[in-house]
Design a protein around this ligand. Structure first.
Ligand SMILES: *Cc1c(COP(=O)(O)O)cnc(C)c1O
Length: 359
């Protein structure tokens, strides 16, 4: 029996996608082979990767002056790749610290240039998105970095500052495809696939063309955006199967009505869960107000013992991976695109039942 998996990542994939992948596992089309076995230089695979890029461009309305790159190394590699490629004009960048991932991006970039923290929410365990004072932003920074959705702390940006032309770089690992975004507001968007796009091993980078071609001399060839852009993500073997699965996920998103429809259902799922937590006398969401993520919902009882009991009993009820990140404790329900509304309904029912039995 399939469970409802609330993991932060790798996370659930739509069942329709898994079934189609299973159907095509032994033979893709008339090719006589699995996609996993195909040469990345074959005609069949060339058509797959081109169609996946076209679908992503269509769904996200990616403007023509942006390149889409299919890379490896996870979002974590982007923490180094971004500065190596972008921080080479004035050798400085601005960062908002809104959680552990943005911290890691800041730490890594600091090895390659002057990085400034322009806002932070560390004082309250990253439970809110800090106000950004635009007068503090460096107009000469090579980029301005944010983590758009904070997977661990359950917060998200709902507006962007006016950076006066400084390119905004956003880590969208845990929210890409969850709602429409205006790509033209960003210089670069990156995301590991394993939250909302497909299996681990694929990293998607969407980069404005004028930001390509300025890599530092020390940049390893494999870390140079130019190399990947010039070679259509085929400089070396790309994560071929992950790209194919992303294509199936994009077909699924499109069938469901695209990113507007994703946003609507995701907001509905999040509201159901937050309303339940807000009404509860035992449970409490750790984030309040407009900064609440619609993808990752951390919550606590206030008792480590009850939290552990909840996680254990939830698992027995088929609601798995609901334990909070080790740095926050408590619980966290990740409710990405592939989590069905019924999964959140089941969780809400379980929360109410647990509360009735434990207060
Ligand atoms: C999961 C995650 C990462 C790390 O991704 P890897 O692919 O494991 O490197 C970075 N940023 C955010 C926002 C994430 O959710």
């Amino acid at each position: 029996m399939r469970v409802y998996n609330f993991s932060a990542g790798p996370a659930m994939l739509p069942e329709e996608v898994l079934k189609r992948a299973a159907d095509e596992m032994l033979e893709y089309g008339e090719s006589g082979q699995s996609v996993m076995e195909m040469s990345h230089r074959s005609k069949e695979y060339g058509e797959i990767i081109a169609s996946v890029e076209a679908k992503l461009r269509e769904l996200m309305a990616i403007p023509d002056n942006y390149k889409v790159l299919f890379l490896q190394g996870g979002a974590s590699s982007q923490f180094a790749m971004v500065p190596m490629n972008l921080m080479n004009k004035n050798n400085k960048a601005d960062f908002v610290l809104s959680g552990q991932w943005s911290n890691k991006a800041y730490q890594e970039a600091s090895r390659y240039g002057k990085c400034t923290v322009v806002a932070s929410s560390k004082d309250k365990v990253y439970s809110y998105i800090p106000e950004i004072d635009e007068s503090k932003l460096d107009p000469e920074a090579d980029y301005f970095h944010i983590c758009y959705n904070n997977t661990i702390y359950g917060t998200r940006f709902t507006s962007l500052p006016d950076t006066k032309g400084v390119p905004i770089v956003a880590d969208m690992s845990s929210c890409i495809l969850s709602e429409p975004v205006d790509v033209s507001q960003f210089g670069l968007i990156y995301a590991g696939a394993q939250k909302n796009m497909g299996p681990a091993g694929l990293t998607v980078v969407i980069i404005r063309e004028d930001l390509i071609g300025n890599a530092m001399d020390i940049t390893p060839t494999m870390f140079n955006y130019q190399i990947h852009a010039d070679n259509g993500s085929m400089y070396n073997t790309p994560p071929t199967y992950g790209i194919y699965i992303l294509g199936l996920v994009l077909d699924w998103v499109k069938e469901k009505g695209g990113l507007e429809a994703m946003k609507e259902i995701n907001e509905k799922k999040a509201k159901l869960l937050y309303d339940c937590l807000d009404e509860s006398k035992l449970f409490k969401a750790t984030v309040s107000g407009k900064d609440r993520s619609i993808m990752n919902v951390p919550f606590v009882t206030g008792s480590d013992e009850l939290d552990a009991k909840f996680v254990k009993e939830a698992k027995a009820a088929g609601l798995i991976n609901i334990k909070g990140h080790r740095s926050v404790g408590g619980m966290r329900a990740s409710i990405y695109n592939a989590m069905p509304y019924e999964g959140v309904e089941k969780l809400v029912e379980f929360i109410r039942k647990f509360e009735a039995e434990n207060v």
